[in-house]
Design a binder for this molecule. Structure first.
Ligand code: CO
Length: 193
């Protein structure tokens, strides 16, 4: 019994020693990652030359009407568009004529077009008041209207002549179609130059 007891004791010592002898080997600190010299200071300069964005501002008046002899002819189509978004009247003209050709095929009660000349500030009011005034869609004797053509359908044409002085006196002047819902797209500026 004595023997086995001491055996047991030494076994215990051994075990303890073994236990204590194993200090977790210190993991050698990994060599500090070589810091890359100043995070690539020469980041290639951004060379993206922005292509001069096709001048979007110029689009506001990209389709000037062709004017000759104090007159112009503009077209309206079945897609609710004029082919011009501005008309420049020569200052030398005392009168000016706008002819409108409807190059589409839809009828006047479906896709009617006219040309109304008025102060830009009066466009929405004239259009609103004209909505119930079929078939011209201009309120009778609307004093805000400087000039206007008849309302026409596909294949038709019409024209109106007015005193340039009336436009000159009005300031910011526009031309538009008073058919219900058309003035938003069918509208342009009239300038005198
Ligand atoms: Co129209």
């Amino acid at each position: 019994m004595q023997f086995s007891r001491s055996l047991l004791a030494s076994a215990l010592v051994l075990a303890l020693a073994a236990c204590g002898e194993a200090p977790a080997p210190e993991a050698p600190a990994p060599a500090p990652a070589a810091v890359p010299a100043e995070a690539a200071p020469e980041a290639a300069p951004i060379v993206e030359e922005q292509p001069a964005e096709a001048a979007p501002a110029a689009a506001a008046s990209a389709k000037p009407a062709v004017v000759a002899d104090c007159a112009t002819t503009i077209e309206g189509n079945d897609a609710m568009q004029y082919n011009a978004d501005s008309i420049t009247i020569p200052a030398s003209c005392s009168q000016f004529t706008i002819e409108l050709k409807h190059v589409g095929s839809l009828a006047a009660n479906v896709m009617g077009h006219n040309v109304v000349v008025a102060k830009a500030a009066d466009v929405s009011g004239i259009a609103a008041d004209g909505m119930s005034a079929a078939p011209s869609f201009i309120k009778p004797d609307d004093a805000r209207v400087i000039a206007h053509t008849d309302m026409i359908g596909g294949g038709g044409s019409t024209k109106v002549t007015f005193d340039v002085a009336k436009v000159k006196d009005a300031g910011d002047v526009a031309f538009f179609c008073s058919f219900p819902g058309h003035a938003g797209m069918m509208r342009g500026a009239i300038n005198i130059q």
